[in-house]
Design a protein around this ligand. Structure first.
Ligand SMILES: Cc1cc2nc3c(=O)[nH]c(=O)nc-3n(C[C@H](O)[C@H](O)[C@H](O)COP(=O)(O)OP(=O)(O)OC[C@H]3O[C@@H](n4cnc5c(N)ncnc54)[C@H](O)[C@@H]3O)c2cc1C
Length: 479
């Protein structure tokens, strides 16, 4: 039995911990925050619960391997909620939603714009092909060459193939227009075929379920302690120095936080070559978002997300074109009866994230920008929903600076990288250059990151340790 020290108790760390225990090792997690979960979290504001994370969880279709992984990790212990639509775009009073099934998607797009029929048919075929490749069509053979023409298109370029402004917006606003259109097509396929639903209870409950699973297998979780340094003996890590001054020995070390700041600080070495190359790849970019949460009456007229274009002055202030609203009415415990939590957010590119993080050095300036942002966002919501005038109560505002402080990610990002057109997501090697017993288990090994990438990274790191320990048979049996 090896003693595996895991630094960071986010999804990657908890996954590594659970798979380590299932493989017969001792697993100890050190998490700098007071609770485990990392970005998979939520928090209370009085009687209101703010859900930080999951819009869709890839791997809710029981035919997939990822589903089995979520079951092993306990993430689906409260069951699955299947929302009727993932998101809705609204333009000039007309709406278009991503609902279930590629046929329905095709028909709804055609009903919005019959003139775009040939592009729509081609797009729907690509969604079916992506579903087939993701193992979601029950083996029904589908022509995957339908995907090829989208490889070199961004979502923005894809949108330009259509003449109708609502379809253009539908395709370019959800993941942003810079994202590779194949990424969008795979998300559509997942949602259409029931592989992108929500764990009941929300993000925080999903994280708690992972913690329960870890503890029930006799894992050791220490919260409120940060790892400061790995102490090396030539090319082997011997122990980790914690910020409370203790030194803890281990046989293997798994690092799970954003490597850009954490790997460099912990090991005293520069980024592993593969990660350095990824960081400098022009096809990859970092992003984050600014969020405001409000309490409001429960009777909102949309499910999932609603995306609409902001007014010109709001675009200048936010640096974004679209505002997305998230309705949490499906979780009745998030707010007192008759009310719900309405979250609004807009995306920020890396330069904007860094500006906000810089502002955070000056408490007054940062608080001021948060106040202005909240006023601007509530104004945009009230313009769209005049009935909500005077009924929105601000619960919280958070930004890339919050994410940076909370998880230690480089510019407040919470996914790894957005990838543009012509990029095939690759997984970087999970080894620390030149240190024998240190593994990386993080979403930053593979764009675009996200929960399945993080959880898989944890699982893969343990599989590598099992191989190193000559436990091939055990790693093969890992659920
Ligand atoms: C608003 C939002 C929406 C999202 N929506 C989705 C979605 O719909 N679907 C999806 O798949 N993903 C989504 N994500 C992304 C998802 O949350 C992340 O991909 C995932 O949580 C990353 O997990 P991780 O363990 O790799 O990293 P993190 O969550 O960053 O965890 C790293 C952990 O390490 C800890 N840590 C850092 N440094 C140290 C140290 N020195 N010592 C000890 N501990 C340390 C941190 O505190 C943190 O807990 C969303 C994220 C956000 C914020």
């Amino acid at each position: 039995m090896a003693k595996i020290i895991i630094i960071g108790g986010g999804v990657a760390g908890l996954s590594a911990g659970i798979y380590a225990l299932l493989s017969g090792h001792k697993a100890v997690i050190y998490e700098k925050h007071t609770e485990a979960g990392g970005n998979l979290t939520g928090w209370q504001r009085g009687p209101y619960h703010i859900d930080n994370c999951i819009h869709w969880l890839t791997g809710t279709n029981s035919a997939t391997k990822t589903y089995k992984m979520w079951k092993t990790l306990g993430v689906l212990d409260n069951g699955i909620y299947s929302p009727p639509s993932l998101y809705t775009c609204e333009l000039d009073g007309r709406r278009l939603s991503l609902c279930r099934g590629a046929d329905r998607l095709e028909n709804e797009l055609i009903s919005v714009s019959p003139a775009d029929i040939s592009e729509i048919r081609s797009f729907a075929s690509a969604v079916r092909a992506a579903a087939y490749l993701s193992g979601l069509c029950g083996g029904k053979k589908t022509d995957i060459t339908k995907l090829f023409r989208y490889f070199k298109m961004t979502a923005g370029e894809l949108a330009e193939k259509f003449s109708h402004p609502l379809i253009k917006m539908f395709l370019s606003s959800f993941l942003t227009e810079d994202f590779g259109s194949l990424g969008l097509i795979f998300v559509f396929a997942s949602f259409c075929y029931g592989n992108a639903d929500l764990p009941r209870g929300g993000s925080k409950e999903a994280a708690r379920n992972m913690v329960r699973r870890f503890l029930s297998l006799h894992g050791e979780l220490h919260t409120g302690v940060a790892a400061e340094k790995l102490l090396l003996d030539k090319n082997t890590a011997r122990s980790v120095l914690l910020d409370d001054g203790t030194e803890v020995k281990g046989d293997y070390f798994i690092l799970t936080a954003d490597p850009e700041p954490s790997y460099v600080r912990l090991t005293g070495k520069s980024l592993p070559r593969a990660l350095y190359k990824m960081k400098n790849n022009g096809k990859l970019s970092r992003f984050s978002s600014v969020h405001c949460a409000f309490s409001c009456p429960r009777n909102l007229d949309f499910d999932g997300d609603l995306v609409f274009e902001m007014t010109e002055d709001a675009k200048i202030l936010s640096g974004a074109k679209y505002l997305t609203l998230r309705n949490f009415s499906h979780e009745s415990s998030y707010a007192p009866e008759g009310e719900t939590v309405l979250q609004a957010f807009f995306f920020c590119r890396e330069d904007r994230c860094r500006q906000i993080i810089d502002l955070d050095r000056n408490k007054k300036a940062y608080e001021k920008i948060k106040k202005i942002t909240a006023e601007c966002v509530s104004g945009q919501i009230e313009l769209r929903y005049p009935g909500l005038k005077g009924k929105l109560r601000l619960l919280d505002v958070w930004t890339p600076a919050t994410y940076r402080k909370f998880t230690g990610s480089d510019c407040g990002t919470y996914m790894s990288y957005a990838f543009s057109s012509g990029y095939v997501p690759k997984t970087c090697r999970n080894r620390a250059d030149g240190i024998k017993n240190v593994y990386l288990a993080t979403q930053w090994l593979q764009p675009p990151g996200g929960l399945p990438t993080a959880a898989n990274a944890g699982k893969n790191a343990v599989a590598c340790i099992n191989r190193a320990e000559n436990r091939v048979s055990r790693s093969k049996r890992m659920p």
